[in-house]
Design a protein around this ligand. Structure first.
Ligand code: WT7
Length: 657
C-alpha cells in the first residue's frame, strides 16, 4: 500500500484517554526525561548509560565519524551478562526471582538472580571448554525454556556472538543462517511442548548440518526437554546436562569493548536473502534497559512482568532477556501456545503469578477477542496494571477490547513501535504522562528523533502523511548487516539523505501524534512477524512446477496480513501435477519446508499471466486489490492492460486452497 492510499483508509479515531493518576508519581520523573533529552541529547544518553555497570567508564557518547556506522560509548568497557546478573547479586538481591518458568504441560521452574547467575557461569565455562572464544558465532535453536535465556547470557558473558533462530524455521533456513554467520556451535534441544504435545527440534538441526553442509559447526549442545528419541552424531553432539555437569562453577566476567558484537538476528528484507542484523553491547543494553524501565513503568521490587514473545524474535531479545534482567525485574516465561490445554491458559498464568505488566501482539489480542470475553472474565486479572502492544498497528477495536476486558479500564496501554534494526522501543506513549489514543503509537521517546517526511525527506506538518524516518543516531541502532556493509547503507541510508528510513508509512494527526500505516516496501507483516514477498516468491519458483510467482500481503482479520501467492505454472513440467487444490497444498508445504510454517501462503492462485509494468516490475498493488476483493486500481502503467481482467475472472471462479 502506498503511504497516501493508507492514509485515505485510516480510521479517524478521536478517542483519547487521560493518564491514570496512579502513575502520577512516576510520571513527574518520567516527563522530565523529555526536557533533559531536548536540552542535551548526548548528556541524556550518557546519563542513561551510566545506570549500567562499566568496568571501564566511557568518556564520549557518540562517535559518528564513519556514518552511518555508529559507535556509542566506544572507549568504555562492560560485560553484558555481568550487568544482567552479577551486579544484582552483589547488590544483595540475589534471592529475588528472575524467572518463573511455566512449561506447557504445567511443569514449573524458578530461577532467582543467584541461581540464574550460577547456571550462566557454568554454561559460560562449558562454552569455553568447547573452544568458543570472543567473537565466535553460536547459533541457538531452542524453545522458550530457561536454557534459552541461559544460553544467550552465557554467550554474551564470554564476548561471543549469538544468532538465535526461531524454532519455527525450517532446516534450510537454519542452514543458511549458520552458513552466513559461520557459526561454530549450535545449541538446541530434543524438542519442546507445543499445542499439547512434544514437538521435536533436533531433527531440523541434524538435517541442516547433514553431510558437510555447514562445515564451520564443530559441536551441537543438546538440552533434554521432552525426553524424545534423538539421532546422535558421536563426537559432534553433546548433552547440555553433561557439559554443565563437567563445567567449573566459578567464572569471572571479563570486560569487553562497548562495541563488541552481542548478537546477529536474521530478519526478512526486500530480497530473497535474510539480513543478519548486527547489534553490539553498550548502546544496545543502555536503550533496552532505559525503555524497559520507563515504557513499562517498572517497579522491580514488586512487579511480575510478562512478555509473551519468543526469544527467536527481537522482542524476546530486548524485552525478555536483556532489558528485564538488566533492570533486576521478576518475569514469567511460558513455553507453549495460548490455547493449551484450554483457551484461558494465558489468563490462568496471569492469575497464578499475579502478573502486573503484559506485553503482547495485536494478533493475539484479536484471536482472544474472537473467542469472546467469557474466557478471560473467568480469571482474576486484577494484578495487571499496564498493558503493552508490539509488532503491528493495533486496530482501535482491539485496543478498546484490550483496555476494557483485560485491563479492566484501569491499565494504560503502551503501543510500542520499533524494529529488529532499532534494537529497542523508539515510539510509544509513556504511562502516566501521555494521553493515549487507541491505534496510535504517538510520540518518539525522549532521546529519539523520529520524523514523518515527504518524498524529498522534508518533515510533513500535522495532519499529513509520509515516511517514517529517524533523523539522528540512537544507542541501540543496528551497527550493520553481517558481512554486507553495502547492503546496510543501501537499505537504510540511501532513500533520504542523512536519515534512517524504517520502511514504514506514517501519519501525524492534528496533535502531531504518529500513526503507523504499515510497510511501504515489499515486506509483509503476518501476526507481527516480518516476511519478505521476494523470499516466498523464490521459494515458490524453486519448485519445478512453478515458472513465476508473485506474493502479496492481503489484509487478514486475525493475522493483520496474510500471504497470498499468484503462480504461473510451467506447462512442460506439470504432467505430474495434481488438481489445483492438491497442487496448492503441495506448494504451500514446499514453502514451509523452504522457509518455515509461518511463511505458508494462506491462498495460492494459479494464473496465466501476472500484471507487470513495461519495465517488467510486478505490480503487487493490483494483485493486492484482487486478494483483498477490491475494485482494481489504476492500470495505465501495465504493459498489457488485459491481464487484470483475466486474473479477476480466475478469482471469481474461486481457485483457492
Ligand atoms: C516492523 C518491524 C518490534 C518487534 C516486533 C517486530 C511493524 C512493529 C509496531 C507498532 C505499527 C509496528 C513495523 C516495523 N511494527 N511495531 N507498534 N505499530 N507497526 O519486529 O520483525 O523487525 O518488524 O513491525 O512495520 O517496521 P520486526
Amino acid at each position: 500500500m502506498s503511504a497516501s492510499d493508507a492514509i485515505e483508509n485510516l480510521a479517524h479515531d478521536s478517542r483519547s484517554f487521560e493518564p491514570n493518576p496512579e502513575f502520577a508519581k512516576t510520571a513527574v520523573a518520567t516527563s522530565e526525561l523529555y526536557d533533559q533529552a531536548s536540552n542535551d541529547r548526548m548528556a541524556f544518553w550518557k546519563a542513561q548509560a551510566e545506570k549500567l555497570h562499566w568496568h571501564k567508564p566511557f568518556t564520549e557518547a557518540l562517535d559518528w565519524t564513519y556514518a552511518p556506522f555508529a559507535r556509542w560509548f566506544a572507549d568504555g568497557k562492560l560485560n553484558v551478562a555481568y550487568n544482567c546478573l552479577d551486579r544484582h547479586v552483589e547488590a544483595g538481591i540475589g534471592s529475588r526471582v528472575a524467572l518463573y518458568f511455566e512449561g506447557e504441560p504445567g511443569d514449573e521452574q524458578v530461577y532467582t538472580y543467584s541461581t540464574l547467575l550460577a547456571a550462566v557461569k557454568k554454561a559460560a565455562n562449558a562454552l569455553t571448554a568447547l573452544g568458543v572464544r570472543q567473537g565466535d558465532r553460536v547459533a541457538i535453536y531452542l524453545p522458550m525454556i530457561p536454557e534459552a535465556v541461559i544460553s544467550m547470557l552465557a554467550v554474551a558473558r564470554i564476548g561471543a556472538i549469538h544468532s538465535v533462530i526461531f524454532g519455527g524455521f525450517s532446516a534450510d533456513s537454519i542452514a543458511s543462517r549458520i552458513q552466513d554467520a559461520h557459526a561454530k556451535l549450535v545449541i538446541t534441544s530434543d524438542g519442546g511442548y507445543r499445542k499439547g504435545k512434544a514437538s521435536p527440534l533436533k531433527p531440523a538441526v541434524d538435517e541442516a548440518l547433514r553431510g558437510n553442509n555447514c562445515p564451520t559447526v564443530e559441536h551441537v549442545l543438546v538440552v533434554e526437554r521432552t525426553g524424545g528419541d534423538v539421532d546422535w552424531s558421536e563426537g559432534r553432539d553433546i548433552w547440555w546436562k553433561d557439559a554443565m555437569h563437567a563445567a567449573h562453577e566459578e567464572h569471572v566476567a571479563e570486560a569487553f569493548d562497548a562495541e563488541n558484537p552481542l548478537f546477529i538476528l536474521y530478519t526478512s528484507g526486500t530480497t530473497g536473502k535474510p539480513k543478519g542484523i548486527l547489534h553490539t553491547s553498550g548502546g544496545y543494553l543502555t536503550q533496552a534497559t532505559y525503555t524497559h524501565r520507563n515504557v513499562f513503568d517498572l517497579k522491580p521490587e514488586t512487579d511480575i512482568y510478562w512478555c509473551t514473545a519468543d526469544i527467536g524474535w527481537i522482542t524476546g531479545h530486548s524485552y525478555v532477556t536483556y532489558g528485564p534482567l538488566a533492570n533486576g525485574a521478576t518475569q514469567v516465561i511460558y513455553e507453549g501456545t495460548p490455547d493449551s490445554p484450554h483457551p484461558g491458559r494465558w489468563w490462568e498464568i496471569i492469575q497464578k503469578y499475579g502478573v502486573t505488566q503484559l506485553y503482547t501482539a495485536p494478533t493475539a489480542i484479536r484471536s482472544f477477542m474472537k473467542l469472546g470475553r467469557a474466557i478471560p472474565d473467568a480469571f482474576d486479572l486484577r494484578s495487571l496494571r499496564l498493558l503493552g502492544s508490539v509488532g503491528e498497528s493495533i486496530n482501535p477495536e482491539a485496543w478498546m477490547w484490550y483496555r476494557e476486558v483485560i485491563g479492566g479500564n484501569r491499565c494504560p496501554i503502551v503501543d510500542t513501535w520499533w524494529q529488529t534494526e532499532t534494537g529497542a522501543i523508539m515510539i510509544s506513549p509513556l504511562p502516566g504522562v501521555t494521553h493515549t489514543k487507541p491505534g496510535s503509537a504517538q510520540v518518539a521517546l525522549p532521546g529519539i528523533n523520529a520524523q514523518v517526511v515527504d518524498d524529498e525527506g522534508n518533515p510533513v506538518g500535522n495532519d499529513h502523511g509520509g515516511y517514517l524516518t529517524v533523523a539522528e543516531p540512537w544507542p541501540s541502532m543496528l551497527r550493520g548487516i553481517w558481512g554486507d556493509d553495502e547492503r546496510y547503507v543501501d537499505t537504510y541510508w540511501s532513500r533520504f539523505d542523512g536519515q534512517y528510513f524504517a520502511g514504514d508509512g506514517a501519519k501525524r494527526d492534528e496533535d502531531g501524534d504518529i500513526w503507523l500505516l504499515g510497510r511501504v516496501d515489499d515486506v509483509m507483516n503476518v501476526s507481527g512477524h516480518r516476511l519478505s514477498t521476494t523470499e516466498i516468491e523464490s521459494a515458490l519458483v524453486s519448485h519445478h512446477w512453478v515458472a513465476e510467482a508473485a506474493v502479496v500481503g492481503a489484509k487478514d482479520e486475525l493475522t493483520g496480513q496474510a500471504v497470498v501467492a499468484f503462480v504461473i505454472l510451467r506447462q512442460d513440467e506439470i504432467a505430474d501435477a495434481p488438481n489445483e487444490a492438491d497442487l496448492a497444498k503441495v506448494l504451500r508445504d514446499h514453502v514451509a519446508k523452504q522457509i518455515g510454517p509461518i511463511a505458508k501462503p494462506r491462498q495460492i492462485l494459479v494464473v496465466s499471466e501476472l500484471p507487470k509494468t513495461r519495465s517488467g516490475k510486478i505490480m503487487r498493488r493490483l494483485l493486492r486489490d484482487v486478494a483483498e476483493d477490491r475494485p482494481i486500481g489504476d492500470v495505465t502503467t501495465l504493459a498489457d492492460s488485459g491481464v487484470m481482467g483475466a486474473i479477476g475472472n480466475k478469482i471469481a471462479g474461486g481457485a483457492t486452497d
